[in-house]
Design a protein around this ligand. Structure first.
Ligand code: PLP
Length: 416
């Protein structure tokens, strides 16, 4: 609602601010949701563990065997994820690898309740914006992606129900249920119950329930993850969900422990195929984690230390965006209460321009559209901000610069 003359003045002011920004010779990176060095330091006690070579059952963890992982780590995760220890498999360091294993086994051998998916034009429902690696994994196997909007209380379930009810080729969906990457929302109980019970044309429909941020609270008000396994079981679809989590953003991102949790039939199915791929996971690392945390409460207590490092960075993102952009009507952003990202929506058609402007001012952002299938945001408005890795001062500087770029791109667009 600015007059053409006012808009011109605004554009000139933002150009000047941008020139000053460029003149500072910054070199900052807000691209990846990696833990910072200070967060990794919190887990350095691991480097002196384990202090024994046997687990509580007397198993020599240095040797082969134990495909499901050691009992104590399964117990800790079972308590954290509200499932039974027998429903948990503790694997290697990456939950993404476990998701990939599940997908490939479903393609080649078929899920526990269906025929192999390979050779058919199968499709997956993908809430957007979402986690880029979920989408690139599907793309690598030529699986068609059906985007549905992500909302403040989880994905648009009515849209999902419409996609799955008649088409037997819609075989599955991704969801990051807690503090989703990148929008930060947590699925409501009502929506989780609907996903558990919804009729699907595919009898072997699967929910890949990626609970990567289940314990990653940014405030004292801690979201509780929905128990999708019990909900699906109660709805008569016990084999629908497979839940994933890991300690990648709890201990070491490159050397944590990943887990899968599911119905006993799904757990048996996973083991049946996995026995051909491994003689057992890294049990030394699993025991190290058990000794480091002692129990589930130890994990929760540890996450408070992460929160103390991360919360000020998220506050800095909000402060910088508010200072420059509040009230202008050119941007909306999330104020997440957990997870690793801030979702920034700018004026339609300018996200790519914002990322380019930022780059030319020495601030690297995640490519525009990265949170959409095939990297294509139809409105070119979405930017994922990842403030965890840089130190606080860098987050402050980078975000002030990003806010300038958002305002300049909007002024350019609106003045034609
Ligand atoms: N799932 C989500 C939603 C993520 O954001 C990430 C990492 O950014 C991962 C999974 C990776 O998990 P892992 O390190 O256990 O493979």
């Amino acid at each position: 609602d600015l007059s053409p003359a006012e808009l011109n003045d605004f554009l000139a002011a933002k150009r000047a601010a941008y020139q000053a920004l460029q003149g500072r010779g910054l070199k900052l990176d807000l691209t990846r949701g990696k833990p910072s060095a200070a967060q990794l330091d919190l887990a350095d006690g691991l480097l002196k563990l384990p202090t024994s070579i046997s687990d509580a059952d007397g198993v020599d963890v240095r040797n082969y065997g134990g495909l499901t992982g050691i009992r104590q780590i399964r117990e800790i995760f079972a308590e954290l994820l509200w499932v039974e220890p027998e429903q948990v498999i503790a694997g290697g360091n990456s939950s993404l690898t476990m998701m990939h294993d599940c997908l490939v086994q479903m393609l080649l051998h078929g899920p526990v309740d269906g025929q192999p998916w390979v050779g058919q034009p199968i499709k997956f429902v993908c809430p957007v914006p979402g986690y880029d690696r979920h989408f690139t994994m599907l793309a690598s196997y030529g699986i068609e992606m059906l985007p549905v909007p992500m909302e403040a209380d989880g994905p648009d379930v009515a849209a999902i129900e419409a996609l799955v009810k008649d088409d037997p080729m819609v075989k599955g969906m991704w969801i990051v249920p807690t503090y989703a990457n990148p929008v930060g929302s947590t699925i409501s109980h009502e929506k989780a119950a609907l996903l558990a019970a919804m009729p699907t044309a595919a009898a072997d429909f699967k929910i890949f329930w990626d609970n990567a941020y289940a314990f990653h609270h940014l405030t004292e008000e801690e979201a509780k993850s929905e128990d999708i396994i019990s909900l699906c079981s109660a709805a008569g679809n016990p084999n629908r969900p497979i839940m994933f989590a890991s300690t990648s953003k709890i201990t070491y991102a490159g050397a944590g422990v990943a887990v899968l949790a599911a119905s006993s039939a799904n757990v048996g199915w996973y083991q049946k195929h996995y026995q051909y791929a491994s003689i057992g996971p890294d049990k030394v690392n699993q025991l190290r984690h058990v000794q480091f945390f002692t129990n589930a409460q130890g994990v929760r207590d540890h996450m408070v230390k992460h929160r103390e490092i991360l919360a000020p960075k998220f506050a800095a993102v909000d402060a910088a965006l508010t200072a420059e952009l509040a009230g202008l009507g050119v941007a909306e952003w999330t104020k997440p209460t957990g997870g690793y990202f801030v979702n920034l929506d700018v004026v339609d058609g300018t996200a790519g321009r914002v990322v380019q402007l930022a780059k030319e001012a020495g601030i690297v952002l995640t490519p525009a559209g990265a949170s959409f299938p095939h990297g294509h945001d139809p409105r070119d408005r979405n930017i994922r901000l990842a403030p965890s890795f840089p130190v606080l001062e860098e987050v402050e500087t980078a975000m002030a610069g990003v806010a300038t770029c958002v305002a300049l791109a909007a002024a350019e667009e609106l003045s034609g």
